[in-house]
Design a protein around this ligand. Structure first.
Ligand code: ZN
Length: 116
């Protein structure tokens, strides 16, 4: 599937709220799948569904896939200068650097955008 930039300045905000609790990871993975992310092998998605339904609380594979889905979203369907990420258990789209909310995607590396 061809992907196009789908999320940007107009979409900044919370995509998966803390109320989703244990369903949050699946919501993020589904967000990526809806945008064209392909899960390989497909069995990995079954693990996500088992986790989501509470049948299997092993989080290992789901967690890897979650990271991969997040990276894929940021690499493929997000406007330059914005990114998805987690903050306090919620999944946001935000500018890469927003001092007001203390959001910096440099993550510890030196930031040259003036974040503290
Ligand atoms: Zn920064």
């Amino acid at each position: 599937m061809e992907t196009t930039i789908k999320y940007g300045a107009h979409d900044v905000g919370c995509f998966v709220s803390g109320h989703s609790g244990c369903h949050g990871p699946k919501e993020v993975i589904d967000l990526a799948v809806d945008a064209g992310f392909i899960i390989s092998p497909p069995e990995d998605y079954e693990a996500v569904e088992r986790y989501d339904s509470g049948d299997d609380l092993e989080f290992g594979i789901t967690n890897d896939l979650l990271d991969e889905a997040e990276r894929w979203l940021n690499d493929n369907v997000v406007e330059e200068g914005f990114s998805f990420g987690w903050s306090d258990g919620e999944f946001f789209l935000a500018p890469n650097h927003d001092a007001e909310i203390g959001w910096c995607q440099s993550e510890g590396a030196e930031c040259d955008e003036g974040c503290a």
